[in-house]
Write a protein that binds this ligand. Structure first.
Ligand SMILES: Nc1ncnc2c1ncn2[C@@H]1O[C@H](COP(=O)(O)OP(=O)(O)OP(=O)(O)O)[C@@H](O)[C@H]1O
Ligand SMILES: [Mg+2]
Length: 261
């Protein structure tokens, strides 16, 4: 049974259809790369999965199931229960995604308390264990900071901790490292991989970065102007792309490919 199954999905912003007939399945523990140029629809697809399209956005056709549950006709209450313990998201810029007037410790506590009966102390211990696991040693300082007091890289790592607190089965990562410099990128990718392996979590990883997709994904979906033009095992797609658009994406970054090989 696939973890996530999407069939013939169509999405509009207002009258304009921006995702056309998207179909794919994601197995438990699988890492799926969602690649395509800017504007191809990567973020729209991820937002649709968590029911967070902007107000003009709407799913107009198709089906979307998570563990055999209909994600399109789900009640808000049921969706709220899924987000965190089952499906979580890591954005490109966690700092902006977080409430700026709350300290990290309160944000982490709220994320847990929304789903669990847990004391503040137990919640902090749990958060600290996770932080240490991904190599954050300065846990007290981080917990007592506001998002704006931390660097972009640190905020991304906190964003990852927050996304992992309830051990979801599916992590949606929307270009989670593209705002970071190369060294930090590698660090955060390693941490995502560690979490993925530790919890056998499936990941959908939207990225422009083919080198990264090559390095960490099992399968790849190629989006072009809202159309899913190619999908398959990462090795097959990158070695033997069937579409000129995919070839162009691959050839656009030869130096990065070498650097990461
Ligand atoms: N809130 C919105 N209202 C109207 N149109 C939108 C909205 N968000 C995105 N779009 C349009 O939908 C299409 C897909 O955009 P989307 O942001 O999903 O692409 P993307 O692949 O994530 O791009 P990027 O790589 O730049 O993040 C684009 O044509 C974009 O202009
Ligand atoms: Mg995007």
């Amino acid at each position: 049974m696939p973890l996530l199954s999407i069939r013939n999905l169509k999405i509009n912003y207002g009258p304009k259809e921006v995702l056309h007939n998207i179909s794919f399945a994601l197995e438990p523990g699988e890492i799926l790369g969602l690649i395509g140029e800017s504007g191809s629809g990567k973020s729209t697809l991820l937002r649709a999965i968590i029911g967070e399209l902007s107000s003009s956005g709407a799913i107009t056709d198709g089906t979307m199931e998570y563990k055999n549950r209909d994600l399109i006709n789900i009640s808000e209450e049921e969706l709220r229960r899924l987000l965190g313990p089952e499906i979580s998201i890591l954005f490109q810029d966690s700092k902006n995604a977080m409430c700026q007037i709350r300290k990290i410790r309160d944000l982490l506590y709220e994320a847990m308390n929304a789903h669990l009966t847990i004391s503040f102390t137990d919640a902090m211990n749990r958060a600290k264990r996770l932080m240490v696991k991904i190599g954050l040693t300065d846990t007290d300082r981080i917990l007592h900071s506001y998002p704006f007091e931390l660097s972009g890289g640190m905020n991304q790592r906190v964003g990852l901790v927050m996304a992992m607190l309830l051990q979801p089965s599916l992590l949606l990562a929307d270009e989670p490292t593209s705002a970071l410099d190369v060294t930090l990128q590698k660090q955060v990718i390693k941490e995502i991989q560690l979490m993925q392996q530790t919890y056998h979590m499936a990941v959908i990883f939207a990225t422009h970065n083919i080198a990264l997709a090559r390095q960490i994904t099992d399968k790849i979906l190629v989006l072009k102007d809202g159309e899913l033009i190619e999908q398959g095992n990462t090795k097959d797609v990158l070695r033997n792309p069937q579409r000129a658009y995919t070839k162009d994406l691959i050839e656009a970054v030869p130096h990065l490919r070498r650097a990461n090989d």
